[in-house]
Write a protein that binds this ligand. Structure first.
Ligand SMILES: *Cc1c(COP(=O)(O)O)cnc(C)c1O
Length: 393
């Protein structure tokens, strides 16, 4: 099918599915087969060399996994996509594919906690030079890129303080020195933001979050230039962080309602952020949809919606954080985001638990912060829940 004439909601439902239907089934099957058999040894050999289309062994490729990869490839407007057991596997395999001894990477201070750990603790062990810039100091960023580097790694909006990074500007700077530009698009999803269209070479998703959307399967995906995706695929098939058919099916199933969920979450989050901003017990709200957010203008240019996640700080510090979280009824206090149910927690027990308090301080993450990932519940119920809990402080 030619998907270029369809909108994203249509592609989310139909993308990747058409080839696989069995006996008229209206969903693609879960193919839980480790290996794929051939009648003809020469044909088998051709496929195993990549000279003919087909499946060999599920650590490499699998028909159910391919459905998911194709959906994300289409939604991101990419040449190719490949998948992983988790979002962190997608990130680490991508970084280790391109960052070998002597290479230099420029990134931002605000990255997902696990990603920061790779930059701070792991890559230096392999003699990779890591330069982390103040996330929104784009002049400094450009200067560091211009010194020469092999890879520029961005994440926007950031976790958990929702800073907005100017993808177009930094991708242009990276092009001048021939660096590969990678963007973690987990928070925005392909519905709200398409980094490849802004100049990135590769886009990464933790599919565990909004793409799956139901907190019941883990996965990761990288999409982008074919030549680059191919290299990452070859690294992953040997390192073995492959996605299984069962979670691939569940993520692809979740993706059929992606646009419906994201539209609802965009709208609810904006309402809730405005409510919190006006509340006397809330000292700070971080949400790129607020006109007062320092990254709002860039967000307006590069995003078509501002996403379902915000964070806010309370007067009264960590004791108030604990009281509020345990008074709220319509949240799971849990370390994930992007689900149908609202999830909340302090970054020091969720996204940035891997880091020490000193490392969190270095990254500018207040200990009294709450990350709030809006679900698809009725927004008035969520506002009432917050109102009651805030009144109890
Ligand atoms: C959760 C997350 C990851 C890691 O994904 P996993 O599937 O948990 O491994 C990476 N980046 C961002 C922005 C995330 O929110």
């Amino acid at each position: 099918m030619d998907f270029s004439k369809f909108k994203k909601s249509t592609t989310s439902v139909w993308g990747g599915e058409s080839d696989l239907k069995v006996s008229g089934a209206v969903t693609s099957p879960i193919v839980n087969s480790v290996a794929f058999a051939y009648n003809d040894v020469d044909h088998w050999h051709e496929v195993s060399l990549g000279k003919a289309e087909g499946y060999i062994y599920s650590r490499n490729t699998n028909p159910t996994v391919a459905v998911l990869e194709e959906k994300i490839r289409l939604l991101e407007g990419a040449e190719a996509a490949t998948s992983f057991a988790t979002g962190m596997a997608a990130i680490s395999n991508t970084l280790y594919t391109f960052l070998t001894a002597g290479k230099r990477v420029v990134s931002q201070k605000d990255n997902y906690g696990g990603t920061s750990k790779i930059f701070l603790d792991f890559l230096p062990l392999y003699n990779v030079e890591v330069q982390l810039c103040d996330t929104t100091d784009f002049d400094l960023f450009e200067k560091e890129i211009a010194k020469g580097c092999d890879l520029v790694y961005l994440e926007t909006p950031t976790n958990p303080t929702l800073k907005v990074v100017d993808i177009k500007r930094l991708a242009a700077a990276a092009k001048k020195v021939g660096a590969i530009v990678v963007v973690d698009n987990t928070f925005a999803t392909p519905i709200n933001q398409n980094p490849l269209a802004l100049g990135a070479d590769l886009v990464i998703h933790s599919a565990t979050k909004f793409l799956c959307g139901h907190s019941d399967a883990m996965g990761g995906v990288v999409a982008g230039k074919k030549e680059l995706v191919q290299k990452i695929y070859q690294y992953r098939e040997i390192n073995g962080a492959s996605l299984q058919a069962d979670p691939a099916y569940m993520i692809a199933r979740g993706m059929k309602t992606l646009e419906l969920r994201i539209e609802r979450q965009n709208a609810s989050a904006l309402k809730i952020a405005n409510y919190l901003k006006a509340h006397s017990k809330v000292s700070d709200v971080f949400y790129p949809g607020l006109t007062t957010h320092p990254g709002h203008e860039i967000a307006k240019q590069q995003m078509s919606g501002f996403g379902g996640i915000m964070s806010f700080a309370l007067d009264g510090g960590y004791e108030h954080v604990k009281k509020l979280l345990t008074t709220l009824k319509l949240v799971h206090l849990a370390a994930s985001l992007g689900s149908v149910s609202t999830l909340a927690g302090p970054p020091r027990t969720t996204s940035h638990v891997e880091l020490t308090e000193a490392q969190r301080k270095l990254l500018g993450i207040p200990e009294s912060l709450i990350r709030y990932s809006v679900g698809i519940e009725n927004v008035d119920d969520l506002l009432q829940d917050l109102d009651t809990a805030l009144a109890s402080l």
